[in-house]
Design a binder for this molecule. Structure first.
Ligand code: CP3
Length: 345
C-alpha cells in the first residue's frame, strides 16, 4: 500500500506509471450509481455503510483508477452535528437557517467521533475491499463550508460571505475556527479507519483575492491541515480558479496542490517554486471532445508534468454528470500507458 503510485507521487518518489483518479468519480456519470441511489436522499445515502461502500468502489472497479475517493459530501459532518442542512438534487447544499450571528454557532457544536461512527464503519469496510488501492478521505475547507452556511445555498458571488468576512471579523473567525475543528475531526476519523491520503476541498476559494485569502482564510485551512499532520498521510489541497492562490494554498500545509484547468502546468509549477507535487488538470469539458483532442490534451499534461516534484493526474474539476463513463475508462488506460513508457521508475 505504501508503494501505491498515488502515495509515491504525493511524496515525490518515482512511479511505475502516473497515478490517476477523478474528482467526483463516485456517482453522477455512472448508471450503476443512479441505480443504487434511486429513492435514497443524498445525505441518507452518505450515512449507510452498505451504500457508501458500494458507491465508493464502483469507479475503481469500472475504470481501474489508482485511488478511491470516499463517497460522502463536504456538508456531511456539518449535518452530523445537527446544523440544519440538506442537499437538494440539482442544486446542492441548502441551509434552512443560515449563520447570521454568534448565537447561530450554538447550532454548530464541535464534531466528535461519536457523531460519525458509521463513517468509520464505512471506511473500514471500503479499505478491506480495496486491497492495495488507496482510499482518499476528504473534507471541505472552512471558506467553502462557510459560504454554504452563510449564503444558505450555492452562490455565484459569495456576497453575504464576503460581507460577513469583512464586516464581522469576530464572527467570521469564530465560524471558520469551528468549521476547521469539524473538518479536521472528519478527516481524523477517516484516516483513523484506514484512509491513506486526504484532500481538502476549498472549491470556492478562487472567488477571493490573494490578500483576503491569506488574511482571513488560509490560517483556518492551515489549522485543518496541521490537525492531520501527525497522521503521516499526504495532504492534497484543491480549489477552483485558484491560479493566483496556488502558492498560498501550498503554504497552508499541503503536500500536493490541486491545479484547476485554467492554469497551465508549467505556470503552476513556476508559481509553486518546485515545493509541492501537483494534481490535475485536464478540463472536464475535453471529455466531450473527439478522442484525438482528449488524447492530445492528456499527453501534453503528462509531458509538462514530467519534471514536477510529483504528479497525480486528475481533471481540473469534477466529472460532469453527462460524461460518458467509457471515455473515463479509456483515459485511465491512456494515462497509464503513456506515463509507463515515459517514466524511469
Ligand atoms: O467522487 C465523488 O463524487 C465523491 C464524493 C463527493 C461528493 N461531493 C458527492 C456528491 C465529494 C468529494 C464531494 C465534495 C463536494 N461537495 C464539494 C467539493 C468538490 C467540488 O466539486 O468542488 C462541494 C463544493 C460539494 C457541495 C455539493 N454537494 C455540490 C455543489 C453538489 C452538487 C449538486 C448537484 O446535484 O449538482 C453536491 C451534491 C453531491 N455530492 C452529489 C454527489 C454524488 C450529487 C447528489 C446526487 O447524486 O443526488
Amino acid at each position: 500500500m505504501a508503494d501505491a503510485p498515488l502515495l509515491r507521487a504525493a511524496r515525490g518518489e518515482a512511479v511505475r506509471h502516473t497515478p490517476v483518479w477523478f474528482m467526483r468519480q463516485a456517482g453522477r456519470s455512472l448508471p450503476e450509481y443512479r441505480r443504487v441511489r434511486a429513492g435514497v436522499a443524498m445525505l441518507d445515502s452518505c450515512r449507510r455503510p452498505d451504500l457508501v461502500t458500494e458507491i465508493t468502489l464502483q469507479p475503481v472497479r469500472r475504470h481501474g483508477v489508482d485511488a478511491a475517493i470516499f463517497f460522502s459530501d463536504i456538508v456531511v459532518p456539518v449535518a452530523a452535528v445537527g446544523f440544519g442542512i440538506d442537499i437538494v438534487p440539482g442544486v446542492g447544499p441548502v441551509a434552512v437557517d443560515p449563520v447570521r450571528t454568534l448565537a447561530d454557532l450554538d447550532r454548530l457544536p464541535e464534531l466528535t467521533p461519536e457523531h460519525i461512527e458509521d463513517i468509520a464503519v464505512s471506511v473500514r469496510q471500503i479499505v478491506a475491499e480495496l486491497g492495495p488501492t488507496p482510499l482518499i478521505g476528504f473534507a471541505g475547507a472552512p471558506f467553502t463550508l462557510a459560504s454554504y452556511l452563510i449564503e444558505g445555498g450555492p452562490s455565484k458571488n459569495h456576497v453575504r460571505t464576503k460581507a460577513l468576512m469583512h464586516g464581522d471579523p469576530l464572527l467570521w473567525d469564530a465560524l471558520c475556527a469551528r468549521l476547521a475543528q469539524i473538518s479536521a475531526a472528519f478527516l481524523r476519523v477517516q484516516v483513523g479507519a484506514g484512509a491513506s491520503a486526504v484532500q481538502l476541498f476549498d472549491s470556492w476559494a478562487g472567488a477571493l483575492s490573494r490578500a483576503d485569502y491569506e488574511r482571513a482564510v488560509q490560517p483556518h485551512s492551515a489549522a485543518v491541515l496541521a490537525a492531520v499532520g501527525d497522521l503521516g498521510v499526504p495532504r492534497i489541497h484543491f480549489g477552483v480558479g485558484t491560479g493566483e492562490l496556488l502558492a498560498s494554498m501550498g503554504a497552508a500545509g499541503a503536500d500536493v496542490v490541486g491545479v484547476d484547468y485554467r492554469v497551465g502546468i508549467p505556470d503552476a509549477l513556476a508559481r509553486l517554486d518546485g515545493r509541492y507535487a501537483v494534481q490535475g488538470n485536464l478540463d472536464p469539458a475535453l471529455l466531450f471532445a473527439p478522442w484525438e483532442a482528449l488524447e492530445r490534451g492528456t499527453r501534453r499534461i503528462l509531458a509538462e508534468a514530467a519534471h514536477a516534484p510529483g504528479h497525480i493526474f486528475n481533471l481540473g474539476h469534477g466529472v460532469l454528470p453527462e460524461t460518458d463513463p467509457d471515455v473515463l475508462t479509456r483515459l485511465v488506460d491512456l494515462v497509464h500507458r503513456v506515463s509507463a513508457n515515459a517514466s524511469p521508475g
